[in-house]
Design a protein. Sequence first.
Length: 283
Amino acid sequence: MPERIFTNEAVASATPSIQPSAAAGTPDSVTRNAGSSGTIISDETSVRNDTQPRRTTVFGSPVRLRGGESPGMALVSTTAFILKLDPLSEKDLVVALLTKDHGVVRAAVRGARGKSKRAAALQLLTEVSLTYFRKEGADLARVDGLEIVKSAYDLAVAADAAMLLPYVAESALTFVPESELGGDVYRLVRHVLDALEAGVPAPLATRYFETWLLRFAGVLDEEEVAEPARGVLASMRRFPLLALAKKPPPAGALESLEDLLREARRSFLGHELKSYRFLQSLG
């Protein structure tokens, strides 16, 4: 079973990685940025055939269905990070979401292409509150309501952080199975994004993210790791990013850790992530 971030209780109580705050996006208490709300996405023919709701939500509450809706579908309300966007039709998109409660989910979003409020909400690693319908056996869910919880715009326009966003998103999409629990990775992504916004150096945040992602995936063998990478791994078990940044590891130690993580990732996947190659090309 994957380890949780920050096993030290004193550290866990001070970091959003274990107990996310409302700003980090809990389904029951969502803090929304002023002026950043999205819009409700209504039922339309282009995406409704395979994605209609059932009479009971995943929490057991009855759902009042509109005329013509059929039973046997699931209605889910959660928060999620935007991981990837792909065209579905002239006006619609397929979005890959890292949800807080249900791992990676792929869903159709009507009217999300072009210049619209819906399109503005679907930015890489923006955190959103949403409701989606899923028909049993369907390849895609259908997003019904969507609203921004916390935008990633400020990071997207910051030179160092902007290069990391595609890498974080692709990594999460690769290592979190669809429709399986991904709460640990969800909290990890929120923690890393918050740390970057607080000024934590991008190289340290990247190694921290990689380390915990591979730990959660069970593919990082730490038994035979030599110094100086071993010392950095031990520190990452004890401290959140903001604490690590106050006394960061030497550059040589982070480079040694990067080599270790890259080898573990490549051995598991059999290839390298495209976004990582892009990072390397930029130096």
